[in-house]
Write a protein that binds this ligand. Structure first.
Ligand code: SF4
Length: 279
């Protein structure tokens, strides 16, 4: 990716970043590449959740399948076209956050950086996002521009441009979506099935009958085993258990120490944005 001098760039960083990189150093390193703004996708995830909640509350005529994983969406489109109507017609956190960024920062080129190659296809399909880089490609850029992991004398802000400091930081873990959905008023725990890994998902999709999968009302599913922290373009620097710990630890850290940085990012701030998506 080349940075043009007459353009301003905004990076939306996938929440799995912390399973590989150190925070806040990673934010500084991304800024050093030429990104003026660096945001998390937490506010996007929150709006995705709110829209899921409304759908699950009001439309109970099928088993709904979570749709943030483009690999899963592709699988359903290709092998299970009769289940396309079961995909929740709401943008993923990446898509929701892009809509929010277009509202808050209209003159920026928006680049999503994450662990997943198929997010490139999703971005092409939904528009709004100018480029998608994987963590592998990010590493190449760090090498190309000689941006090391150690920051000696930071020359710019190290923390995110905060829109929301949110509990949705656990989204890249398997079950992260449903655990942050606050569903207790509309669903029982036993009506939600959390699953990950292609082999497990195939079994589930094969088991659908007349639009339903057993007694479940919602399937919180991701293609990669363990979730996006085990995505295809992530550097396996730490074992998976450690990656999970790092995500949870960062959430706790940010909740405790960065609460006051997240002043915007309320539901009202997203008023007027349509987060629905067609499949
Ligand atoms: S689970 Fe894997 S394939 Fe699906 S969005 Fe996450 S990283 Fe991509």
């Amino acid at each position: 990716m080349e940075f043009k001098k007459d353009e301003k760039y905004l990076c939306m960083l996938a929440p799995s970043f912390v399973s590989v990189y150190e925070y806040p150093e990673i934010v500084y390193r991304i800024r050093a590449l030429g990104f003026e703004k660096v945001v998390e996708v937490t506010f996007g995830a929150k709006m995705t959740n709110i829209n899921y909640y409304e759908l699950l509350k009001n439309q109970t005529d099928r088993t709904w399948i979570a749709s943030p994983c483009p690999t899963l969406v592709n699988m359903i489109r290709g092998k299970y076209p009769h289940l396309v109507k079961n995909l929740v017609p709401v943008h993923s956190p990446m898509g929701s956050m892009a809509l929010i960024c277009k509202k808050f920062f209209p003159n920026y080129k928006v680049v999503f950086i994450g662990p997943c190659i198929t997010k490139k296809m999703e971005a092409k399909e939904i528009g709004m996002i100018d480029n998608v880089l994987t963590f592998t490609e990010l590493e190449e850029l760090f090498k190309k521009y000689n941006i090391s992991e150690k920051i000696e004398n930071p020359k710019c802000q190290m923390t995110f441009d905060k829109l929301y400091n949110d509990y949705t930081k656990v989204y890249p873990l398997s079950g992260g979506l449903s655990s942050t959905l606050k569903y207790k008023k509309i669903l029982k725990k036993k009506e939600i099935l959390v699953a990950d890994g292609t082999a497990n998902i195939v079994k589930i999709l094969d088991g659908f009958k007349d639009g339903y999968y057993k007694k479940y009302k919602f399937l919180d599913v991701l293609s990669c085993e363990g979730g996006c922290i085990n995505g295809p373009c992530i550097e396996y620097r730490y074992p998976i258990k450690e990656r999970i710990k790092r995500v949870k630890k960062y959430k706790e850290y940010a909740t405790r120490y960065e609460k006051d940085l997240g002043r915007s990012g309320r539901k009202i701030d997203a008023k007027g944005i349509d987060f629905t998506r067609k499949f």
